[in-house]
Design a protein around this ligand. Sequence first.
Ligand SMILES: [Fe+2]
Ligand SMILES: [Fe+2]
Length: 136
Amino acid sequence: MALIEWGTDLSVEVPAFDEQHKKLIDLLNQLHDAMLQRRGREVMGPLLDELLSYTNYHFAAEERAFDRFQYPECAKHMEEHRKLLATAQELKAKHDAGSLAITVEVMDFLKKWVAEHIRKCDKLYTAFFADKAVEG
Ligand SMILES: [Fe+2]
Ligand SMILES: [Fe+2]
């Protein structure tokens, strides 16, 4: 059972970024499946690493487009990226230290972490990028 399903309600109408959001959601769903199957740290650890590095990659891709096209809201958006990354790094560090188990609550938190950013922050750039050729 998927934790999040990508649907048009999550579309930012920039194809390259919709694809990257789908990949992020796929990684969260993999982590969720691993949790349901009670997989150990040897499975969860690498999945969390992949989630972190893909998030880094995706944020950098958005920020390159902000820079290239001079997106006016970029400062606020980049600040949100920094906060999200810091939270994810904190989770990973706690997991590595053995003080955090991936539970339903953690998954619920990560679901909001991704979905709310797409809905409340990323969607604000839809109109701005509508007439621009954004690469991933
Ligand atoms: Fe995004
Ligand atoms: Fe973003």
